[in-house]
Design a protein around this ligand. Structure first.
Ligand SMILES: Cc1cc2nc3c(=O)[nH]c(=O)nc-3n(C[C@H](O)[C@H](O)[C@H](O)COP(=O)(O)OP(=O)(O)OC[C@H]3O[C@@H](n4cnc5c(N)ncnc54)[C@H](O)[C@@H]3O)c2cc1C
Length: 485
């Protein structure tokens, strides 16, 4: 692993080219697959270099949420009103440092993109899962996967569920189905794929524009000429040095989620050609306490006995707030009427206590502070109100019946897992941008190699990575193809 920026290779120094293409794509995950298919569909001669022996990358691990809206066929069939305007307002509101042109394009193009994904050869189930969960347990097509119903966002945009899940049961690996379909579509369109072949350097011509890439496979190296190069080589969560440099807290206790080749090479290749980066210090980190959603009727307090987040927030939002508390310590407190064991016990159950005093002493929280927080919460919850964090009324139930139990959300006790969200700065067309904002001619990036729509854990919605990776992958492929006509 390294933080080293690969050297740029001058086109004049290459004596023998191993091929000449309009578009070369580095990486066959969701972003690279979509870029390749779209470029080929627009008439480009396309080569994909894939470092692994198979396509898929981290996408093949993903559960399969695509964040889409504005009136998709599943939203319509399940009676959920949505518009690109409300989706735009929502995504703008949850973004830490929004890129309005990209959000606008994503929302305006969302229904068309949904149709395009289905046209690869499957249907999202026309069904809705109404529970609060991390992902639909079965093949239900739609659920809420963000903070749409959480204050203040519910006042800023009309909530709608936008988490579309591919029809594969289970928590992980559903998106592999989409990769298989992309591989088939790419083959039908004449896209060449070289497996076990990684891009190692960007090749530039004398005016700094991209002229191709150098590649390496076991026992062999070479260079291909290309009018455009799309970097879709994943993120950097598996590069301990890069994580240590940009997101040091992520390198300490949380598990990192990704595949071996999420080593940031795609990002470093973009930087070598002059590309700028964004949001490199941001990550999605989570240790969900639900399902069962009943647990969200409880209170989350820090070591001072103080609440700090609406407990009905999307799990990575809650987690991001926990990590900001003193000692990254927090507890979920639930009374005996609402106590259930989590389906995925990532936050360990500590114990149960007959009195609030005993519980506070065991947790090391000042007893008077915890009692006062609980009293205030219960008093308002009984009226369906939460003046402090405006938790949704459906999750407001007094926690007044002892004994009380607590789950440990503290970093190092709960099993947090996450991945990085930063990457190359790109235009609405997927062009890699310099610090000045000008594009590096012929260079594109998409998916986790770029900084996509999801910018931090507080605003993250499940499905934005696959959604934006596929959407902006297509846009990059299309724009790259237009350079060769
Ligand atoms: C367990 C899990 C569940 C998830 N669930 C969801 C979900 O439901 N919805 C969602 O939106 N997001 C989800 N995510 C996040 C999402 O999976 C990733 O952000 C997304 O798949 C990244 O896609 P990508 O195309 O950018 O990268 P990848 O899918 O990782 O593809 C990159 C490819 O590039 C190849 N590569 C690397 N370096 C080179 C090189 N130098 N040259 C050539 N090839 C190279 C890699 O081998 C890989 O095949 C999940 C993540 C995990 C870990």
């Amino acid at each position: 692993m390294s933080t080293q920026i690969p050297e740029i290779v001058a086109a004049e120094s290459i004596t023998e080219w191993s091929g000449d293409y309009d578009v070369v794509v580095a990486g066959f995950g969701i972003a690279g697959g979509c870029a390749a298919v779209e470029a080929a569909a627009h008439g480009a001669r396309v080569l994909v270099l894939e470092r692994a022996g198979v396509a898929g990358g981290t996408t093949a691990l993903a559960g399969g949420h695509f964040y889409l809206g504005g009136g998709t066929a599943v939203q319509q069939a399940t009676g959920h009103q949505d518009s690109s305007e409300e989706m735009y307002k929502y995504l703008l509101a949850v973004s830490r440092d929004p890129e309005p042109d990209k959000i606008r394009a994503y929302c305006d193009g969302s229904v068309e993109h949904f149709d395009w994904i289905e046209a690869l050869g499957f249907e999202f189930e026309r069904s809705y899962y109404k529970e609060k969960a991390v992902i639909q347990p079965g093949t239900q097509g739609l659920m809420y996967t963000g903070n749409e119903k959480v204050w203040p966002y519910r006042d800023q945009a009309i909530p709608a569920p936008r988490g579309h899940k591919v029809p594969v049961p289970g928590e992980t690996q559903g998106a592999g189905m989409v990769i298989e379909l992309l591989v088939k579509r790419a083959a039908a369109l004449g896209v060449e794929v070289w497996y076990e072949t990684g891009a190692t350097n960007i090749v530039t011509d004398s005016d700094g524009g991209v002229a191709g890439v150098r590649w390496r496979r076991p026992g062999e190296t070479g260079a291909v000429r290309a009018k455009s190069v799309v970097l879709a080589a994943g993120g950097f969560v598996m590069n301990a040095e890069m994580v240590g440099e940009h997101v040091p807290w992520l390198s300490e206790k949380p598990f990192v989620l990704g595949t071996t080749y999420d080593d940031g090479l795609g990002i470093r290749l973009g930087v070598s050609a002059g590309g700028a980066v964004r949001n490199m210090d941001q990550a999605f980190v989570t240790a969900p306490v639900y399902p069962p959603s009943t647990l969200l009727t409880g209170l989350v307090v820090n070591s001072a006995g103080v609440r700090f987040v609406a407990e009905d927030s999307y799990h990575s939002r809650t987690s991001a707030f926990v990590l900001e508390q003193p000692g990254a310590a927090a507890y979920l407190i639930v009374d005996s009427e609402h106590m259930e064991r989590p389906e995925f016990p990532l936050a360990p159950f500590i114990d149960g206590w007959e009195t609030v005093q005993e519980m506070a002493e065991a947790l090391g929280i000042p007893p008077a502070a915890l009692q006062s927080t609980l009293d205030r919460y219960n008093e308002h919850a009984a009226r369906g109100e939460d003046p402090d964090f405006r938790k949704g009324a459906e999750w407001l139930e007094p926690q007044s019946t002892g004994p009380w139990g607590a789950f440990d959300l503290t970093l190092g006790k709960a099993l947090y897992a996450g991945f990085t969200l930063g990457g190359l700065r790109t235009s609405v067309h997927g062009e890699v941008l310099r610090d000045s904002g000008s594009p590096v001619p012929g260079l594109y990036a998409a998916g986790a190699t770029s900084s996509t729509l999801a910018q931090d854990g507080k605003g993250y919605a499940s499905g934005t990575q696959l959604g934006a990776g596929s959407f902006f992958g297509r846009r990059a492929g299309r724009h790259a193809a237009s350079r060769s006509s």
